[in-house]
Design a protein around this ligand. Structure first.
Ligand SMILES: NC(=O)c1ccc[n+]([C@@H]2O[C@H](COP(=O)([O-])OP(=O)(O)OC[C@H]3O[C@@H](n4cnc5c(N)ncnc54)[C@H](O)[C@@H]3O)[C@@H](O)[C@H]2O)c1
Length: 282
């Protein structure tokens, strides 16, 4: 089915990425931007900017690729102008979970977040090796939500999701709340924080202890792979001495109540901070 798709925020980081992929499709795609820098980036990418009101009025799918804190006002400006049955697709669950999106009963709301290519992906080409973010050459999964359960809307949304984040392996359909526990809780609160902590630990090893950086970096990069392969995939057991060191590290670094990040109140707390809200309406 040939669709009409409007990308609002087409000159932003994600807007440019998904537009690059959508532009190669047979669908009619409108690129909408309000910021002068974003307009320039859209034009530099070889695309024409279309007025948002005009674009969304005929769209089957409207992708809101604007900052999460702008999704309330942007959806309030856009959603009243779309046709009944239009799919309004956001790229992060935070605003949908916090009920910031302008609501209409005759509109389908979807969220789709890229997983990024797996650390265990068997990459075969240089382009796949270079594509750590995904959406260019390395295949990735996507997690998505469309809570009305409308199967035709899910099929249309998946068609667009597979194009804009291509190449895509699987699209996993979950609830908005489950997606919010994936991002931010699992992957930003935990995984990205640990990635940043690893960099801090590397800097301490080099700057404070004085270990030559190439040695420290080589040791860390190899052991990160082993830690992930053993910890997440069970490739090999950790040695007995390593288990003692890991236990020491956990007691030294991790608070006893760390699992409270999986409580709804804590999810609300982190989302409030991310979206600059006083409270979450649910
Ligand atoms: N950046 C990432 O790595 C990443 C990854 C996954 C999902 N996301 C999600 O993608 C969405 C977009 O994030 P981003 O990082 O691309 O943001 P960004 O700030 O890079 O880009 C947003 C763009 O939207 C434009 N914009 C703002 N208001 C507009 C309006 N009313 N009409 C038209 N254009 C408007 C801005 O000018 C800007 O070019 C967010 O929901 C974010 O959570 C981002």
């Amino acid at each position: 089915m040939t669709l009409t798709i409007a990308v609002v925020g087409a000159g932003g980081k994600m807007g440019l990425r998904i537009s690059n992929n959508l532009q190669r499709s047979d669908h009619t795609v409108f690129y909408c931007e309000s910021g002068s820098a974003g307009i320039q980036r859209t034009v530099d990418a070889g695309r024409t900017v279309t007025d948002t009101e005009t674009a969304v009025a005929t769209a089957d799918v409207v992708i809101l690729s604007v900052p999460d804190i702008a999704l309330g006002p942007v959806s309030a400006a856009v959603v009243p102008r779309v046709r009944p049955g239009t799919i309004v697709l956001t790229l992060d669950p935070a605003a949908a979970y916090a009920n910031l999106l302008y609501q209409r009963d005759d509109v389908e709301y979807a969220v789709a977040h890229p997983c990024h290519p797996s650390v265990f992906l068997q990459r075969k080409t240089q382009a796949e090796l270079d594509d750590t973010f995904g959406g260019i050459a390395a295949p990735q999964d996507v997690v998505a939500a469309l809570e009305s359960g409308n199967s035709a809307a899910i099929a249309t949304a998946e068609q667009v999701i597979r194009l804009m984040y291509a190449p895509v392996l699987d699209v996993h359909w979950v609830t908005v709340k489950q997606l919010a526990y994936l991002e931010p809780t699992l992957v930003e609160v935990v995984a990205c924080m640990i990635g940043d902590l690893l960099n801090d630990a590397l800097r301490e090893t080099v700057d404070t202890v004085g270990v030559p950086e190439p040695a420290a970096r080589a040791m860390l990069m190899g052991h990160v792979q082993v830690a992930l392969a053993n910890g997440l995939r069970g490739d090999n057991p950790f040695s007995d001495a390593c288990l003692i060191a890991m236990d020491y590290g956990r007691r030294k670094l991790i608070k006893d109540d760390w699992k409270s990040i999986f409580d709804d109140a804590e999810l609300d707390s982190v989302l409030k901070q991310m979206l600059h809200l006083d409270h979450i309406h649910r």
